[in-house]
Write a protein that binds this ligand. Sequence first.
Ligand SMILES: [Zn+2]
Length: 310
Amino acid sequence: MTIQRTVKFLIAMATLIAVSGVGKAAGKLNVITSTEDLASIASEIGGDRITVEAIAKGYQDPHFVEPKPSFLLKLQKADLLAVVGLQLEIGWLPPLITQSRNSKIQEGNAGYLDMSQFCEILEIPTVQVTRAMGDVHPLGNPHYWLNPENGRRIAKAFETKLGEIRPADKAYFAERDADFAKRLTEAEKRWEAQMAPYHGRKVVTYHRSWPNFAERFGLVVVDYVEPKPGIPPSPAHTLDVINTMKRDSIKLILVEPYFDLRTPNSIAQATGGTVAVLMPSVGGVKEITDYFKLFDYDINLLSTAFAKSK
Ligand SMILES: [Zn+2]
């Protein structure tokens, strides 16, 4: 071989290796998450070393997602699957995981990451609750990502797990996690200041999505439009809610974007209150493109609503 031909040969080989992803520490890790909130935090930590995609959209009720064949394709290719846990996804995800036949992401294996084990969980029942009773929160409240402190813990868990799968990129993930935590602390100061004037304000919410958020930002959730998590409104319970709101002069009813507004609107009419659609997840509306924008959006909405109702 002449030198020229050798060079050509080497370039061709290098291209082949790059294209096929062979050699080096291989290509990007393929991370799949059950929700867009987890996907947002994963991409904060994984940066350009991962690809990440969520299964459920942020405008969907995460308890009740309709499974699609495309979900299966995502799971088949995943190196890591991160879930919220506490049975949030029990109605739709477990069969897809089994059907994917991807051994990495089966529960108990290294590529299955249940974030609930790292986070502060509220409303853990003291008596046994079953889903047969209609309660979709039998192990505690699964909407825990709505406190930034839990976001920080989720980020840390991604850092640890991604570092285990790709030890060569450990320092990279650690650096990104430190940066994320720092930006989150700065944002929290802003959010706290915005909410401070409304500390202790009472509200009614449709579903029990907000205990972690309420605890962090000083809201008091007094009642729910649903009689029980996962159970649609009933006339008797609706009357109770109206009476509670009148008694406590509560003026704000917060509704997640996937619920019917008829009952909340009728409660508002009976109490002189207003209905506001608060977003529980990244992707709830187009402009909420990441975990920071989720709190920006909700805290802007709340402070505006509270300012109007004095
Ligand atoms: Zn729920």
